[in-house]
Design a protein around this ligand. Sequence first.
Ligand SMILES: [Mn+2]
Length: 160
Amino acid sequence: MKILVVSDTHGRLDNFRRVMEMHKPDLLIHCGDIEGQEAEIIEIAGCPVRMVAGNNDYFSDLPGEVEFTAGGQKIWVTHGHHYYVSMSSEYIAQEAMAREVDVAMFGHTHKPCVENRGGLVILNPGSLSYPRQEGREPSYIIMEDDRKGDWHYTIAYLRR
Ligand SMILES: [Mn+2]
């Protein structure tokens, strides 16, 4: 199973479109800051989509957080702005442990990361539209299981 994780598209879907054409995933997860394009995202994705509202999605009906199981993995998605993610992923980790999930996903910082804390995976796909990490290449995460059932989390970058 191939799961694509994206975030912080902020009203621009050109890079998102490229990424979806390249990968054709089984599931798409968007960690928020969509700015009104939920319907377009679902249409372009052409696969099941899970999205949460970000701090810029004021008029959205999307939930602030979602928890679900995909590919046997318990996943929790939040935009992250209520968990001080600009400081560190400490509060995300605490909440993820309390929820007993396998994977916690957030956005907001526009900087990609994958952390493994004793089996708990914490990840942020960065932003496809307004990257802020060094080099500033639009980023996303590919999550895939192998034949043994182990999951792999890869930060991918879009070259301009
Ligand atoms: Mn944002």
